[in-house]
Design a binder for this molecule. Structure first.
Ligand code: 6K6
Length: 151
């Protein structure tokens, strides 16, 4: 399972610690292609890369990923773009929004029934939601694969 995790970078880094928890959890379920999002990007040399290079690398990863998991509490143009792109590529999308009262989720995300939007207060609930979503996803991938093999 190749997982594309999306989280705000230039939109603001307030939720970096939450990204760490989600990514650590996702690593039990597959390969997180964008693990660097929870790290200090300056330390990883990400800031020296050109926007062109970053865009092309991230779009290549999105193309090969099986699922997009986005943490959408901190609004980010890049994350919004990635959600829309994943949706048009037919990838399953999960959007996690931390409901703590001061921020409200864009209607373009919250109002889209094709995105699996989960509002949480406690991060543990978000991780449990991911567990059940991935279990279902793997079951349906297994069913599709056996249909192809067995006809
Ligand atoms: C470091 C500091 C400033 O810029 C950087 C390097 N930039 C990026 N590195 C890796 N992925 C990026 C970068 N900028 C955007 N992305 C992608 O868009 C990631 O996959 C994120 O999910 C999303 C964040 O978009 P913004 O608009 O919040 O930056």
């Amino acid at each position: 399972m190749k997982i594309y995790f999306a989280g705000s970078i230039r939109g603001g880094r307030d939720d970096q610690k939450v990204y760490v928890e989600i990514i650590e959890h996702l690593k039990n379920m597959g390969t997180v292609l964008t693990e660097h999002i929870c790290n200090d990007l300056a330390e990883m040399g990400e800031e020296e890369k050109t926007d062109d290079w970053i865009f092309n690398r991230d779009m290549d990863w999105l193309n090969v990923s099986d699922v997009l998991v986005a943490e959408v509490t901190t609004p980010s143009l890049g994350v919004g773009y990635e959600i829309s792109k994943a949706e048009s590529l037919g990838k399953p999308v999960i959007c996690l929004f931390r409901n703590f009262g001061t921020k409200s989720l864009s209607a373009m995300i919250g109002g889209n029934k094709d995105l699996n939007v989960y509002r949480y207060v406690d991060i543990k609930d978000a991780l449990k939601y991911l567990d059940s979503f991935f279990e279902q996803l793997m079951r349906s991938q297994f069913a599709t694969a056996s249909k192809v093999i067995n006809g």
